[in-house]
Design a protein around this ligand. Sequence first.
Ligand code: ATP
Ligand code: MG
Length: 158
Amino acid sequence: EQVDFISFFHQVIDRLEMNKPEHITFIREIPKNKYIVWIDKDKMTQVLDNIISNAVKYSPEGGIIRLKVEKKRNFLVISVQDQGIGIAYDKLEKIFERFYRADKARSRKLGGTGLGLAITKELVEAHHGKIWARSKEGKGTTILFTLPLISRKRRETR
Ligand code: ATP
Ligand code: MG
């Protein structure tokens, strides 16, 4: 369905913010505009839940998580940046594979199946988006994905 991504994103963050550990801070860098996208709300909620819960899970005590939306040409770039342990450069691509977990010992302790990002990637691609990661070991990780905007032209012809 057609959704204003900005108000939808705020709603999802509001809910996650109520359940986050107290020592973690969310910072929103979200424009006030209306950006209409075509999404399955349940699936997009799952995408955001997965990415943001990873950011929380791998954040240090007192960490800041930056939630950002930027408009580029005809799409949005949504990003979630944390100050956590990070991911080694040669493992960045692998985190989107099924059952892949970057650090076996640490991952076991933190729990999970290693399916979160594989499912997330499938769901983003089903929305005609792309997903990728940037990271510096010891400094933090940013997960970014795109979503096409519904253009005015196309909306008028509906
Ligand atoms: P699940 O999500 O299924 O509960 P998981 O979180 O281990 O388990 P994914 O979400 O698919 O699995 O992530 C895969 C791996 O990528 C993680 O095990 C972790 O090693 C690494 N990873 C993902 N997000 C981050 C992050 N924000 N910071 C550091 N490492 C991360
Ligand atoms: Mg996960």
